[in-house]
Design a protein around this ligand. Structure first.
Ligand code: ATP
Ligand code: MG
Length: 290
């Protein structure tokens, strides 16, 4: 038995909901395993000094600000609505959505000034209030805590302002999106003034998260090319440093390996084919350590 308890970083995650699976998946990709079965509220990671709490997402910023948790994962929209003395330290690339204003599909709409004197139902009165104030529009913001999208059809409001990802919920409630108030994604938040030991664990965690997100936005590409075309092909491939060129068994041919950004992928592949590349293989990357 040890006399010393291992210092752990306390991480708050959404217990269930739209951020829950993305958060768990991210940690798993970071090599951090834990079990959260049986509706557990607290668990410990197996191979990383992390103690994990499962909470309602709206409560996470408060727990972090109060020091009950050291770090947490929430949507940027939650922080924008209720700012806390905490830091958003890393965007996480999932839980993407936007806070949008929508009007009944048949309603005419010419611009944000149409909301002057109109009732808009939302769970985001602060963000929406700032948006209208910056647009110089005096609207009547009606705060409701859920099922915002039915407000117009029951005569509670003229428009709504709610989170949207695909837009299908708005559509099925006869609404049409007309303005984007803010864009949001999941972020890692942290308590200020962490002690050195916890700060070191957090640095390790952030390092792993960055490696995972760099990996998911890049692809590993391998191709065969005639030796004479190598310079032209290398010019198309930026790579982390410079591409690897390996001699093939067949004389006059080489294999070229590199890393390309996912967003440039199809364009790069088209250019490579035109430059004479053959047998192009594209692989996903698990981790990318820069
Ligand atoms: P909890 O029970 O934890 O309070 P909740 O019902 O408040 O959960 P969810 O609907 O699970 O919250 O949404 C959590 C977060 O997921 C949102 O704050 C937002 O950042 C993000 N999100 C992504 N897409 C959407 C979407 N289409 N609608 C709502 N939230 C979304
Ligand atoms: Mg919530």
């Amino acid at each position: 038995m040890s006399f010393f308890r291992v210092m752990k970083l306390k991480l708050a995650l959404q217990r269930s909901g739209r951020l829950a699976s993305g958060s768990t998946e991210l940690l798993h990709k970071c090599g951090i395993r834990f079990s959260n079965g049986m509706g557990k509220l607290r668990t410990e990671a197996v191979d990383f000094p992390l103690e994990i709490f499962f909470l309602r997402d709206d409560d996470i910023p408060d727990y972090v600000a109060d020091g009950v948790a050291d770090v947490g994962i929430v949507g940027e929209n939650v922080l924008a609505e209720a700012p806390k003395p905490i830091d958003a330290i890393e965007k996480l690339g999932f839980g993407r959505c936007r806070l949008s204003i929508a009007v009944p599909r048949a309603a005419e709409y010419s611009g944000v000034s149409d909301f002057e004197g109109k009732r808009v139902a939302t769970s985001y009165p602060n963000v929406l209030g700032r948006y209208f104030a910056s647009s110089g529009v005096a609207a009547d913001i009606h705060e409701i805590s859920g099922s915002v999208e039915i407000a117009p059809s029951i005569g509670l409001a003229d428009a709504v302002c709610d989170l949207v990802s695909s837009g299908s919920t708005l559509f099925s409630n006869g609404l049409r999106e007309v303005e984007t108030v803010m864009e949001s994604e999941a972020v890692l938040i942290a308590r200020r003034a962490l002690d050195a030991e916890r700060e070191a664990i957090l640095d390790k965690l952030v390092f792993r998260i960055r490696s995972v997100s760099a990996a998911s936005s890049n692809r590993y590409i391998l191709l065969n090319a005639p030796e004479g075309k190598v310079n032209e092909i290398i010019a198309i491939l930026p790579g982390m440093k410079s591409p690897t060129v390996v001699q093939l068994a067949e004389p006059g041919w080489v294999s070229v390996h590199s890393v390309i950004a996912e967003q440039d992928f199809w364009e790069v592949v088209d250019n490579l084919k035109m430059a004479g590349a053959e047998g192009i293989l594209v692989l996903s990357i698990d981790q990318m350590i820069r």
